[in-house]
Write a protein that binds this ligand. Sequence first.
Ligand code: GUN
Length: 294
Amino acid sequence: MPAEIIDGKRIAQDMQQELRPQIEALTARGVTPGLAVVLVGDNPASQVYVRMKGRACEEAGIYSEQINLPADTREHELLGVIDRLNTDPKIHGMLVQLPLPEQINEMRVLHRVNPSKDVDGFHPENVGKAAMGDPTAFRPATPYGVQQMLVRSGVETSGAHAVIVGRSNIVGRPMASLLTQKGEGGNATVTVCHSRTRNIGEVTRLGDILIVAMGKPEFIRGDMVREGAVVIDVGVNRVDDKRAKQGYRLVGDVAFDEVAQVASAITPVPGGVGPMTITMLLYNTVQAARQWAA
Ligand code: GUN
């Protein structure tokens, strides 16, 4: 039987509805939640993501600023922009879109963001707090969104074997941390695979839940998935397609049609994890504004 489709767009809309009263209550007190998004250079995918984040803020009633810097921006110039945003009272949350051009040291940039405005959850203070299960930590939007998606789709994580493919600081590693914690959406047994994992298909086949974030188009085939598994595809890859209007189409890291024949539930690309990532960013921004106003 083909898999049930987990509709990230619908879950994201539900969560944004739930955020509305919080945003209205803050605004009524004179605190409009504010998000700043800094984009360095002209990476086309980053441009799309940043535009989508701005649009989502507008629809939700969150003030947003987009700061575009040229690709040859020097590191100290970017750090100067972060310093300004760190003290700007209109801005409760900020993020610097990754990846950054190679002349800029990503670590120094992530360290510079005020942890109380770090709605991406990439500052070491938030990474550490989140790893320790501190509820005041900002959690990275993508893994946090995946966890919410599992909970809201009724997928039992407790006692399940979750296999994660990809070990990035943005998705794979924080995902493992969230799923192993005690509480709702946690208590899983977690395996993290990556590019050096031997016989990766044998490992992915062990997953009751398979979460794929490796950035390789349609890498996960039907025979790499356990019958009845829940498959979450975090990948967004552009592949050339002459028939498509823009000359490319988007595919995930999972070969959707094949895997949908094996899995019990699967997320589509687009319309799966993407909308959840944006929603969790809005969520974190609202929480940042609430903490600021408290
Ligand atoms: N690049 C890819 N994903 C992300 C994200 O969640 N935040 C930022 N800042 N950059 C990204």
